[in-house]
Write a protein that binds this ligand. Structure first.
Ligand code: NAP
Length: 250
């Protein structure tokens, strides 16, 4: 147990989740870094501790409710009630609409949409009891614009935006805010993998030239917005879609 508030970040072992985990540890939260890749989460937790923060890694597959419940119980045993949840873990997908098979659809829905449902249903009772909580869902700018060959991915992220808005109405009276950040074009392993597979329609550099701020996003750009939404002073902001995308979507 610790006097610090406890924050859970899913997919904390890489990219945006890593940056959010490091930032929340720096902000003073006891940070639980959850990831399918436990070793990657351990590296991030160690990095956070080296910088003077409090962080521990936990293995989880967010698409499996029993595994989510087990992991979050371990978080509680380590750090106490969960008052901050960042639903960041996600997988991408790229397929012609008519080639999206049931297993492909089911997997992306399980990770990107059911994952946030399972994690949030588990954590919310702690927040209700405390009369305070913060939930930040990492969606995608592709759900604002649409994206060809990504109907399955975009559908899950649009669903997450809907979940955010609806849950904000239900939880607002209980002192809990729920917001979503739809990132766009952030330089992470996920983005670089898409570039390597030729799925971006050009290089990261080419897209940077077409982005109003003329650079790709950094994971820290998303972490800064998450940190603010989780802060005390953001208590009047809920149900919002806060784009962090260099001006690519408005
Ligand atoms: P990333 O570098 O691939 O990191 C995602 C992390 O989530 C990885 O560590 C991954 O583990 C983990 N993960 C995957 N499936 C999981 C599961 N079932 N349970 C637990 N953890 C799981 O991706 P990123 O670019 O940082 O993306 C983070 C979030 O931002 C995602 O939700 C993504 O859709 C969203 N996003 C990113 C961008 C962008 O430009 N990068 C744009 C829009 C939205 P493994 O490595 O083991 O798979």
């Amino acid at each position: 147990m610790t006097e610090r508030r406890t924050a859970v970040v899913t997919g904390g072992g890489s990219g945006i989740g890593r940056a959010i985990s490091l930032r929340l540890a720096e902000d003073g939260f006891a940070t639980a870094v959850l990831d399918l890749n436990e070793e990657a989460a351990q590296v991030v937790a160690e990095e956070a501790r080296q910088k003077g923060g409090e962080a521990t890694a936990f293995a989880v597959d967010v698409s499996d409710r029993a595994k989510v419940d087990a992991a979050l119980e371990k978080v509680r045993e380590t750090y106490g009630p969960i008052l901050v949840l960042v639903n960041n873990a996600g997988i991408t997908g790229f397929k012609e609409f008519l080639k999206i098979t049931d297993p492909v659809w089911d997997r992306i829905v399980a990770v990107n949409l059911s994952g946030p449902l399972y994690c949030t249903q588990n954590a919310v009772p702690d927040m209700i009891e405390a009369g305070w909580g913060r939930i930040v869902n990492i969606s995608s700018s592709s759900a604002q614009s649409g994206q060809q060959y990504m109907v399955h991915y975009v559908s899950t992220k649009a669903g997450l935006i809907g979940m955010t808005k609806s849950l904000a109405l239900e939880l607002g009276p209980k002192g809990i805010t729920v917001n979503t950040i739809p990132p766009g074009f952030v330089d992470t392993p996920m983005l670089r993998a898409s570039e390597e597979r030729g799925l971006l329609g050009g290089s990261v550099d080419k897209h940077a030239d077409l982005t109003p701020v003329r650079r790709p996003g950094k994971p820290e750009d998303i972490a800064a917005a998450a940190s603010f939404l989780i802060s005390e002073e953001a208590g009047y902001i809920t149900g919002q879609v806060i784009g962090v995308n260099g001006g690519r979507n408005t």
